[in-house]
Design a protein around this ligand. Structure first.
Ligand SMILES: Cc1cc2nc3c(=O)[nH]c(=O)nc-3n(C[C@H](O)[C@H](O)[C@H](O)COP(=O)(O)OP(=O)(O)OC[C@H]3O[C@@H](n4cnc5c(N)ncnc54)[C@H](O)[C@@H]3O)c2cc1C
Length: 275
């Protein structure tokens, strides 16, 4: 199937992008890496009137440390660059699990966060680290906590004329990452990330709900010094996955418990590894 016809604008600035989106009045879409949008267009699941290509907008493709604890990633930074960088090891590890080489060399950080796929890796890292998303709109720029950005599967709190320009990922003092997918390169069935951010533990999952989900009872158990087997048991009770083509509710609970054990083992073994 071919895409429905659309106008194409190659934006030269964030301001121009926001202006074109505003003028499109809900009929505009940003084109970044195109790895999620183009299949959607080809299947005619979306028919935007205008595509605004942000790939040549200057100032969106860098990764830099903004202080001792936080790394800022520009919206058009490709997944492959996240794999290669050494400033934020958890981001590098998570990005390695995204699709295949071709997808990682085109897909972008802003696109993955905006697309809000419940099984995607970067949204889980964003919630697991307490990231903040910088959003440009007609009235200037604002910062949104990642936990407030993700509303539902493939849905964020962004307005139609807003654009993600960067994501600030705090550096966890410790972390552990574990993922289960049927085949290498597939979207995750379950991703588990255990982090210590600003002195507090977080246990965050992808693939078990419509948005990245924290297991707060399990986090408390970790704070209380409970053993990994007990924390994994609490996780299996606490999360509320739904059954789908890939497995039953019980299957996903079991996988989440096992991924928790693995992520906790890494978390416990590598003190202050990210510094
Ligand atoms: C075969 C295949 C396998 C994949 N496997 C994985 C996987 O295992 N894990 C994973 O995480 N992802 C996977 N992906 C998706 C991939 O990571 C995409 O790159 C990513 O989801 C979207 O990034 P993009 O830059 O390609 O965005 P695009 O496809 O260009 O855009 C996606 C959506 O985000 C919007 N958007 C893009 N940039 C911005 C911005 N800066 N501000 C606001 N809105 C914006 C677009 O308008 C569109 O609605 C896979 C894709 C394919 C085709």
């Amino acid at each position: 199937m071919k895409c429905a016809p659309f106008d194409y604008v190659r934006a030269s600035s964030v301001e121009e992008t926001v202006k074109v989106l505003g003028e499109a009045d809900g009929e505009g879409k940003i084109l970044a890496g195109g790895q999620s949008l183009v299949p959607v267009l080809a299947l005619r699941m979306a028919r935007p009137a205008v595509l605004v290509d942000v790939n040549r907008v200057p100032g969106l493709s860098s990764i830099h440390r903004i202080d001792d604890d936080t790394v800022e990633v520009g919206a058009t930074v490709r997944h492959s660059r996240l794999v290669e960088q050494t400033r934020h090891p958890l981001l590098a590890e998570a990005a390695r699990w995204i699709g295949h080489t071709a997808i990682r060399s085109r897909g972008t950080t802003g696109g993955s966060i905006a697309h809000a796929d419940p099984s995607a890796e970067l949204p889980v890292v964003a919630v697991a680290t307490g990231a903040s998303v910088t959003v440009a709109g007609p009235h200037g720029s604002r910062d949104v906590d990642a936990e407030e950005l993700f509303v539902s599967a493939l849905m964020t709190s962004l307005d139609e004329d807003e654009m993600i320009t960067a994501v600030r990922f705090p550096q966890p003092a410790r972390w552990g990452f574990a993922e289960f997918a049927r085949r290498h390169g597939d979207f995750a069935l379950v991703t588990a990330i255990v982090t210590e951010v600003r002195g507090r533990p977080r246990i965050t999952f992808g693939g078990v709900a419509s948005v990245p989900q924290r297991a707060t009872t399990a986090e408390q158990a970790l704070s209380d010094g409970q053993p990994a087997t007990e924390i994994a048991r609490i996780v299996a009770e606490e999360i509320e996955p739904t059954a789908d083509l890939h497995g039953s509710v019980e299957f996903r609970r079991a996988i989440a418990a096992e991924m928790t054990r693995r992520a906790l083992a890494q978390f416990e073994s590598e003190q202050e590894q990210s510094r």
